[in-house]
Design a protein around this ligand. Sequence first.
Ligand code: SF4
Length: 364
Amino acid sequence: MESGTRTATLLADVLAGHRLTADEGTALLSARGREVWDIARAADALREQRVGKVVTYVRNQNINVTNLCVNSCGFCGFSRKPGDPDAYCSEKREVQEKAHLAGSREVTEICTVSGLHPDFCADSYTDIISWIREALPRVHIHASNPMEVAYGARQSGITTREMLERLQEAGLNSLCGTAAEILVDEVRQVICPGKIDTATWERIIREAHDLGIPTTATIMYGHVESAADRIRHLSLIRDIQDDTAGFTEFVPLSFIHLRTPLYRSGIARPGATGREDLLMHAVSRLFLDNFDNIQISWVKVGLKMAQLALLAGANDLGGTLYEESISKGAGASGTDYLDPEEMRRIAEDIGRSLAPRTTLYNLL
Ligand code: SF4
């Protein structure tokens, strides 16, 4: 059978309920030419079957508490070392000022993302959540990630489960599913050798779900990984979701290369191509048959590609953000804020409507 016919048959099977195998997923991610549009079209149809025509977004604000970090991940342009002129660590007053500002902007979610500060322990992370909770009693706090949970636990000599319980008691509502990068240890050894390994990421995510803490799931692609690595990652995420149903969404994050050591030293390629961005979202929709929500990160790919991804399986535009430092640090621009009116323009331009949602995907 010719490749085009094989792909068409496979896509028809997926639309009829077939669960993609790893080999089939890898083949779809490797597609070229017109087949890319066929895959995008199938993902778009599946998106409509699953979640309808509404494009969602969340009114959120990031608070980056510190950029000091003990790690040196090769893809990171955000972290700083003690003594660096632009290193910072915000105090309670500053965090609460930002939280109040977020409140005045009617955000429904605060997301905190930080480096692994050399002096942080479990209490540092719970303090940050308590400060935000004190300032904004009703906001949804989406904070930390499995790496921060492992770090806080290690610094304080407690288990990761205890660390999660403490965060929950302090007011954490959901955990960021970042620090996942590519959940294949051989790749992690190259791009982030100081980070937790795949098994630890998975264990902490399962612990969070077990405690009733929902999480997002992410992948960072477009650096040194292969299509097969991406599918190993998707397979693990799908398996966890089968067991826990604790993921709220899947967020592909396209690698921003410009100011990263990984790219500057010649190890990583200069990010994903447009074909790869489109296929990453389309194949995520087709492969993750137990996810409702596939998010396109406008911060990573820009608005025009974000709109195309909405035609290739994605149904969510992420957040308004108001403050963004991670992608900016790696060389991206225009990442601080996206006006919902602009989101509406790109959604309506492709015949869809836009609606704000809560972090847990209830429409507002
Ligand atoms: S990605 Fe996170 S853990 Fe790694 S160096 Fe950057 S801030 Fe630190």
